[in-house]
Ligand binder design. Structure first.
Ligand SMILES: [Cu+2]
Length: 665
């Protein structure tokens, strides 16, 4: 084993860019550039401070900075919020969006609808290098040859971590329906840091974090993430029992919010899609269709009622402690409890409660007052209001029929899917078939269900364009629901934008819900296909602008540490970047070497990232300020390859290059 240190770079004399400055014409010197950049950075910092201090203000003053933009303004019954955000002004809300079959997550500013960032998660992204760098591949999971295990994903639902019943901005989770994976995004850098593949399930669709610990009353933040699976599959799914469709089943999975390890699973009857959790931490629920256990279209829709299945989390975890589990189909030691209806007839020992809901319900959403879950019928024109205290009564043996937990079931329109809330007792439901949003009052619906013919349930309806799926009001999934904005994710845009060929974007629409009447104020096209999103007040999110260099174990901390190390056929190139140069102008390797490039960006100025791309070697990634990333490849092609910066960084950005020189074997 030979090891050599090859210093063919510009070591100490370049530290701090002194020599480099002398090499450049004065008017384009790096110091001057950094002077301007630093000033811009400072201005940015000032903005951040201003933002932090006006966070609470944004909460109090409905229009915030947006109102200064002088956009349309109405008052009284039609609502009075301005959606216009002037150049240089910041949005009031972060909208965390799923990206559907693009496999990513997006950050959109509201009310402007501007796409601010795309976060690669289950996809490969050659801008950031996600799926290309060693660090991202370690999170994604790889095949034995080092390539990503999957190149595809299908994100549906993004949800954030909670503290005291509202978002704390620490984490966001998103599902991959395609390969049944749960990913976590760090709220401080908006980068995915962990991915867990759920065992024994297909069609992992709904997710929701708990809002406080279901067992320990002293823990008032998110500790678990619940995952519903939609497709029933044979167990084990090894090809031996494919025709025994009665034996197919799905599992509800609990993942630890911190470790991201699977804690347990619970066997259920039907197909689950959306998941909701209670504010007291005790209950999680999933709406269920296909309780008929059909495997064909007609077979899935024959029953008049399906269910919303409730999980008694504390009881499930007690059952696991008492060893009341069934064997895991994959042979692992993941504890599985039997949550089927048949096995949970006695309420006093039941771990699940199946509340009957009309015809193939789709969404289930928790009201911000903590009292109700609303579950919509999809094939029934109704929304069912389930009172959570009554579900707990059933578990205590005090309510005979789970159906009695339904305390209202108003007819609201055709194809009701998802429901959102304004914190003033009103609910907003998407009507997929009617292409409308309906605003209805929960208390009035309860009175009407009790026989009050004068109760005015439906308050307003508004057309949207077209076929709405998810909707979410600002802060609506928290106890701080503020009833200002409602975003609608429409599945079709049809004629709303300039035609761009057969593929159409989707249409995101913004509705002002501050008044009694809803007011459609804005729309924007989005790349297909976001499914769901949450709107978070901007003061909740606290991101850093520069990485901590010490957070990366492989960081090249000093420019003079730049070097080439050889260990047999393995060559590691330790490199730094500082505008407009890499720390080595060339690096020679031999054909057949396995080359690892470790790159630390030494620029510490906000927004000053550098790219690193190698022609013909399929390498392309970006390092943000004080970030370290690495790539590994086999140098199988002899010749000169100009490694260049892909991320505009400097007046001499085009000159920011080094030569990878591969000597023929
Ligand atoms: Cu650069």
């Amino acid at each position: 084993m030979s090891s050599e240190k090859n210093k063919q770079h510009l070591p100490a004399e370049r530290e701090g860019g002194e020599v480099l400055d002398d090499m450049l014409p004065e008017e384009v010197s790096r110091r001057k550039f950094l002077g301007i950049a630093a000033f811009t950075g400072l201005a940015g910092a000032g903005l951040s401070v201003g933002l932090a201090s006006c966070g609470k203000g944004a909460e109090k003053a409905p229009s915030g900075s947006a109102s200064q933009g002088g956009g349309t303004s109405h008052s009284g019954k039609t609502g009075g919020l301005s959606y216009h955000v002037d150049p240089g002004q910041l949005d009031e809300y972060y909208a965390m969006y799923s990206g559907g079959h693009s496999g990513e997550v997006r950050i959109i500013g509201e009310p402007s609808g501007r796409v601010i960032m795309r976060i690669p998660v289950f996809n490969v992204d050659c801008m950031s290098g996600w799926g290309i760098t060693n660090e991202s591949k370690a999170i994604l999971g790889t095949k034995p040859d080092g390539s990503p295990k999957y190149h595809t994903g299908d994100t549906h639902h993004v949800h954030g971590s909670y503290k005291d019943g509202t978002y704390d901005g620490k984490y966001f989770w998103v599902n991959d329906k395609l390969h049944s994976r749960l990913a976590r995004i760090r709220g401080d850098v908006m980068v995915c840091d962990k991915i867990t593949e759920l065992p024994n399930v297909q069609g992992f669709h709904g997710i929701f974090p708990d809002k406080r610990d279901p067992v320990d009353p002293n823990i008032n933040h998110t500790t678990r993430v619940f995952c519903g699976s939609e497709f029933r599959i044979p167990h084990p799914n090894d090809g031996t029992n494919m025709d025994d469709t009665d034996g197919y089943y799905g599992l509800f999975t609990c993942v630890d919010a911190e470790t991201m390890e699977v804690r347990w699973q619970c066997k259920v009857d039907g197909n689950m899609d959306l998941v909701a959790t209670s504010y007291d931490g005790k209950l999680a629920a999933a709406n269920q269709y296909n309780t008929e256990k059909g495997v064909t279209f007609p077979g899935m829709m024959s029953a008049e009622r399906d269910a919303c299945v409730f999980f008694n989390i504390a009881r499930i975890e007690e059952a696991i402690k008492a060893g009341k589990t069934i064997p895991s189909p994959d042979g692992s030691d993941i504890p599985i409890v039997d949550g089927t209806k048949e096995a949970n007839k006695d309420p006093k020992t039941a771990v699940t409660c199946y509340v009957p809901i009309p015809k193939s319900p789709h969404g289930v959403n928790a009201s911000p007052d903590g009292k109700y879950f609303v579950c919509s019928g999809k094939l029934s024109p109704t929304a069912s209001v389930i009172e959570l205290s009554k579900v707990l009564d059933w578990f205590d043996g005090k309510l005979k029929d789970p159906r009695d937990a339904v305390i209202a079931e108003p007819e609201i329109g055709l194809g009701p899917l998802h429901t959102s809330f304004d914190g003033r007792g009103n609910a907003y439901t998407t009507l997929f078939l009617d292409s409308q949003i309906v605003k209805w009052n929960i208390d009035a619906a309860i009175k009407a269900y009790q026989g009050d013919k004068n109760a005015k349930v439906i308050i307003d309806k508004i057309d949207v364009h077209y076929q709405p799926g998810h909707l979410n009001a600002s802060m609506n999934e928290t106890k701080e629901a503020d009833g200002k904005w409602l975003v609608i994710g429409n599945k079709f845009s049809k004629d709303r934008y300039l035609p761009v060929g057969p593929m159409h974007p989707e249409n995101e629409q913004l509705i002002d819900i501050s008044g009694e009447k809803m007011r459609l104020v804005h729309e924007a096209p989005v790349y297909p296909e976001p499914h769901d999103f949450i709107l978070i007040r901007r003061d909740v999110i606290k991101t850093r602008q520069v990485y901590n260099i010490d957070d990366f174990p492989n960081a090249v901390k000093r420019q003079e540490d730049s070097r080439i190390e050889r260990n047999g056929k393995k060559v590691t190139i330790y490199l730094t970047s500082m505008a407009p140069a890499y720390s080595m102008t060339e690096f020679r390797v031999k054909q057949g070497d396995e080359v690892t490039i470790v790159l630390t960006n030494h620029d510490k100025v906000e927004d000053l990232g550098h790219g690193f791309a190698i022609p013909k070697y399929d390498i392309n990634f970006v390092v943000s300020p004080h970030e370290t990333k690495s790539v590994t490849f086999v140098a199988d092609k002899p010749g000169v390859y100009w490694c260049y910066c892909t991320h505009f960084c400097h007046a001499l950005h085009l000159e920011m290059r080094s030569r990878l020189m591969v000597e023929p074997a």
